[in-house]
Design a protein around this ligand. Structure first.
Ligand code: HPA
Length: 280
């Protein structure tokens, strides 16, 4: 199947998933969707008055196979704001074409959710960043070299969307101010997305550093591209779980990534919940 064919197949099943989700949500109108990255799904437990909808109950919803990702939608309120938590996402490395990785973003577009708050686990490249740091994403570099927008133009989107401010400056200021007020340490930097699934080589990390990347991961960028094309405002925080390859002599493993997310979980959750409460 060509990329364009995957795009149109996904396009036609978004409607039925949206209808099923809309029915489950009843009169809830989420203002902010939150994508919870690897090991960061604990935020779902902070959502008040929750209803949980497993992805398996939503027709055609792509299912994830990664440990640390639950696979459900949690709708409720966080800091008094109506939210839609997405625990688990499919990644390009699972075999999903980028068009499938952004399935949920298209559903959010249909539901007219105005803001998307993404999170992910990432490796630290910047010399003063360390595992356990949270990093507000200021911009990204798409090293997946694929766009989720390949194929027919999705209804309501433009052929050539502008990405000069992919991460909303106003929402980023709110996250920065919230971090200061809560005493949560927050770095800010550029996220490079590789498609993985192998972690990078030290030579690749040196290249990414020279390109201007401060952190590296395997998600988020396809979703932000699609969300911006659909007019959704984005903001994203990386949890730096390890030094990127070659920064130290330590080998990388997914267990370590999940362990570090447990340590920073509380700060991460307070930062996201506190910020969202201030979003207009
Ligand atoms: N590289 C890519 N993805 C990651 C990393 C990394 O070092 N850590 C967590 N996700």
């Amino acid at each position: 199947m060509s990329l364009a064919d995957v795009g149109s197949e996904v396009g036609s099943s978004v409607g039925s998933a949206t209808e099923a989700l809309r029915a489950a949500l009843g009169d809830r109108r989420p203002r902010v969707a939150i994508t919870m990255g690897s090991g960061l799904g604990g935020l779902g437990a902070r959502i008040e008055d929750p209803i949980e909808i497993p992805y398996t109950e939503l027709p055609a919803w792509p299912l994830t196979t990664v440990v640390g990702h639950a696979g459900k939608v949690v709708a409720g309120t966080l800091g008094g704001v109506a939210v839609l938590g997405l625990s688990g996402r499919v990644h390009v490395y699972e075999g999903a074409e980028t068009a499938r990785a952004i399935f949920y973003v298209r559903v959010l577009e249909e539901l007219e959710v105005p803001i998307l708050f993404l999170s992910n686990a990432a490796g630290a490249i910047h010399p003063t960043f360390a595992p356990g740091d949270l990093m507000l994403i200021s911009d990204h570099i798409n090293m997946m070299f694929r766009s989720p927008l390949i194929g027919p133009v999705h209804e309501g989107e433009q052929r050539f969307p502008d990405l000069s401010d992919p991460y909303d400056p106003e929402l980023r200021s709110i996250v920065r101010e919230t971090a200061l007020e809560l005493g949560v340490g927050l770095q800010e930097g550029v996220y490079a997305a590789m498609h993985g699934p192998a972690y990078e080589t030290p030579a690749e990390i040196r290249m990414l550093e020279r390109f201007g990347a401060d952190a590296v991961g395997m998600s988020t960028v396809p979703e932000v591209i699609a969300a911006r094309a659909g007019g959704i405002r984005c903001v994203a925080v990386s949890c730096l779980t390890n030094y990127a390859a070659g920064v130290t002599s330590e080998p990388l493993d997914h267990e370590e990534v999940l362990e570090v997310t447990v340590q920073v979980q509380d700060d991460f959750e307070r930062l996201v919940a506190g910020s969202i409460a201030r979003f207009e």
